[in-house]
Every structure is written in C-alpha cells, then in structure tokens.
Design a protein around this ligand. Structure first.
Ligand code: APR
Length: 309
C-alpha cells in the first residue's frame, strides 16, 4: 500500500506540531513547506532523526518550492501571521489574505487532487479565499475551527465535573471568533445532557471561557497564539479523511442552503471521509440558538465582504 503524502503549508508553531504528530502517528509521509529558507528543512530533519524512537518509518522533508508538494493527497495550511495580545482574529485579515491567495495558487498548481484543511485566521474568511482562488470543489476544502472550539469546551466541562475528557462531547457552530455558538443543549457527558449536571450559571461561565479561549492563550504567550490544540484538532480531521473514518465533526464548510446560509463558510457538523466533506448534518436549532447562529453568520458575511480577490 502506498502511503499518502501530506503537505503542510507553513512550518511555524502549528506546522511543527502537525509535522511531528502526522509523521509519528504514521498518517503519511510529510512535506513541510515554508517561505523561510531552512526553517522547514531544519524542523523536518530534527523530526526525522527522532523517528526511530517514535517507531515511525514515515518520510519527513522540508521544502521552499511548491513543486515539492506534488502528489499530496492532503494539504493543511497554517501559513500566515498569528495573533499578538490585544488583536482579534479579524485583525489578521489584510496580511493573511495576500498570503492565502499565494498559497491557493501554489496548491492548485502543484497538488490539484488534494483535500485541503485551512487553519490560518481569520478562519472563515481564509478558507473562503482558498476555495475561491483555487477553484477546488467544495467537498475538498474545509476549515478547522469547530473541532478546536468544541474541544476547548469539552476540556472545561470535564475539569469542572472532575470526569474524563473522553466522556464529554460538545458542539460549537458558527464562525470562529467571538460570535461562535456553543450549543449547550447538544453537550453531553456519557450521553447525559450537561444541563442535568451543571447549573446554568456555571455553564454560562464555561461557554464564555470557550469563546475567549484562544485569546486567553495569546494573552499568556504574548508572542503568538495557541498551537498544540489547533494542530491536534486538524489532525483529527486529517485522520478521518485519510482513513475514511466518516467522523462527525464541527468544521467550516461551504453552506449552499444548509442552515439558511448561501455561499459562505461557517462552522456546521459534517461527515469527513475519503470524499472530504461528504455531507453536512442539519440539526434543529431553537429560537435563541438560531438567533446567535444568524448573528455569527452575519459577522462572517461582513468579514468576507471586505475580501478583494
Ligand atoms: N507561504 C508559506 N508560509 C508562509 C507564508 C507564505 N506566503 N507567509 C508566512 N508563512 C509562514 C511563516 O514563515 C511561519 O513559519 O507561516 C508560518 C506561520 O507560523 P507561526 O507564525 O508560528 O503561526 P502559527 O502559530 O503556526 O499559526 C498560523 O494559524 O491559528 C492560525 O491565527 C493563526 O493565522 C495563524 C496560523
């Protein structure tokens, strides 16, 4: 069996964790790409030299030319600036838009058959840009946001209750920013609705923490943003695609009618498999949830309106 080739565009903090975990978990051979010379090669060499201890036979290479991503089945994009304290994800739009346009051309020209996961922020606008510029079909372009936001909420619920993180399931939809919509009604602990286990006041506090979780890390790090949890969230999506697991995960998908959204990427539950985004799952939202979701979509719409392609 040939091993899938995974191209990682951006060899910074998230790219480094992605390379390590993708190779050491043997998801496929890894090519780590960056515009900075030596950076991807250095990280790749270091990881390759540690591979015997990790028990991995995957190849890990660094690259500065798009030619070297040829044959990639999966591409994960983290190219772009990360937040500094006081910045919102939206503040990155101008700079990261130009970077994303370049990346989309490089991937379109050299890995035309790949399924693509975008991580760069502001996520909903960046994944939209990639889709528009590359012209890839919508099932092969997906954004990583909901898995991370849901994972953060899972952690907070598990810590609060003193239970295993494995038993907590959570769902966060909408845009990846302050307007995200944690759906408490769909959060469970081993199948038990979380509302039966925690007071409304405590749940509200955990929801607020989830919305600001990225900013909480930025404020502590001061020089960059979260990188381990975003990388792991993207790898959960990558594994489901490469191994055709058909996981149901909250991802930024191009909605064309689903949830009343037309032509925008927003976070919704979807089935991820060998066909990429194989389908979007539509769930019923109550009036309050729908209002929050609509406000979040409106925010994404305004952000995307500022994009010149
Ligand atoms: N093509 C490829 N790589 C690029 C380009 C480009 N045009 N421009 C910048 N890069 C690279 C940088 O050289 C850097 O190595 O992108 C990398 C980004 O790495 P970090 O600054 O460490 O940022 P990281 O924490 O990995 O986050 C990347 O993901 O979550 C989002 O908000 C975050 O937008 C940010 C992105």
């Amino acid at each position: 069996m040939t091993r899938p080739r995974i191209a990682l565009i951006g060899a910074g903090n998230i790219g480094g964790v992605l390379a390590e975990q993708a190779a050491y978990r043997e998801l496929g051979d890894v090519v780590l790409f960056d515009v900075v010379e030596g950076l991807p090669q250095g990280k790749a060499l270091d990881l390759a030299e540690g591979a015997p201890i990790a028990g991995s036979d995957m190849r890990i290479e660094g690259a500065n030319r798009y030619e070297d991503i040829a044959g990639a089945a999966l591409v994960i994009i983290t190219a772009g600036l990360a937040r500094k304290p006081g910045m919102s994800r939206d503040d990155l739009l101008k700079t990261n838009l130009e970077i994303m346009k370049q990346v989309a051309c490089g991937v379109r020209d050299h890995a035309p058959d790949a399924t693509v996961i975008v991580i760069s922020n502001p996520l909903d606008a960046m994944v939209y840009t990639f889709k528009q510029v590359s012209g890839f079909p919508k099932n092969r372009v997906v954004g990583m946001a909901g898995v991370l936001d849901s994972t953060r909420l899972r952690s907070f619920i598990a810590w609060e209750l003193g239970v295993s993180v494995e038993d907590v399931s959570a769902l966060v939809l909408g845009g990846h920013g302050d307007t995200m919509v944690p759906l408490v009604r769909y959060c469970t602990v081993a199948g038990i609705p979380v509302q039966r286990l925690l007071s409304k006041q405590r749940i509200d506090a955990l929801v607020e923490r989830t919305k600001g979780a990225g900013g909480e890390v930025v404020a502590l790090l001061k020089t960059g943003s979260a990188f381990a949890s975003p990388a792991l969230a993207a790898l959960e999506m990558a594994e489901s695609i490469l191994r055709d697991k058909k996981r149901v995960l909250a991802c930024a998908c191009l909605c064309e009618g689903e949830y009343g959204v037309d032509g925008l990427y927003v976070g919704v539950p979807c089935v991820l498999g060998a066909g990429g985004v194989e389908r979007i799952i539509e769930i019923e939202l109550n009036t309050d949830e729908q209002a929050l979701f609509d406000a979040s979509v409106e925010h994404v719409r305004q952000l995307v309106a500022g994009i010149e392609l």
